[in-house]
Design a protein around this ligand. Structure first.
Ligand SMILES: [Zn+2]
Length: 151
């Protein structure tokens, strides 16, 4: 989008303050946006909005937020379906639903893994995802001679 859809005015780069409430806390931060020089309409790209949610999710993870609401927010920030995440964690989809509805305490290891996925995504890595996928399709290592790197 190069022009304002409302008035065809030119768009200038700006930042807007976004705020979200999750698990009883308020998270606020600046998000990259563009503002119409003509009418003042603000546009936020989907990617930038997603990145803000990931930053909130990272805070939840770092602070050890352990509620179902926090877990759900983190999963959604990753744009993952509950069933897909359940498959990666090796639990039933219903278990994830129960965690998110607060019917059962969220597993601490699951929270840690989801937090690691969030940090990876923000930092452009896929380390945790690769390890989870390796667990979904484990390979026998007994009897193998494997070269390992120097680092
Ligand atoms: Zn405009």
């Amino acid at each position: 989008m190069k022009q304002c859809v409302k008035c065809n005015g030119a768009l200038s780069a700006t930042e807007v303050r976004e705020e979200v409430r999750v698990a009883g806390a308020t998270f606020a931060g600046l998000v990259r946006a563009r503002r119409c020089d003509g009418c003042g309409e603000v546009y936020i790209a989907a990617e930038d909005a997603m990145r803000f949610d990931l930053r909130v999710a990272r805070e939840l993870g770092i602070r050890g937020a352990a509620t179902g609401e926090a877990f759900k927010f983190m999963r959604k920030a990753l744009a993952m379906r509950a069933a897909d995440l359940a498959g990666l964690l090796g639990v039933a989809a219903e278990t994830v639903s129960r965690w998110e509805r607060g019917e059962r305490s969220v597993d601490r290891a699951a929270l840690t893994v989801v937090g690691a996925l969030v940090v990876d995504k923000l930092e452009g890595r896929a380390t945790t995802m690769k390890l989870l996928k390796a667990q979904q399709a484990p390979q026998a290592v007994e009897g193998l001679q494997l070269a390992v790197g120097q680092k």
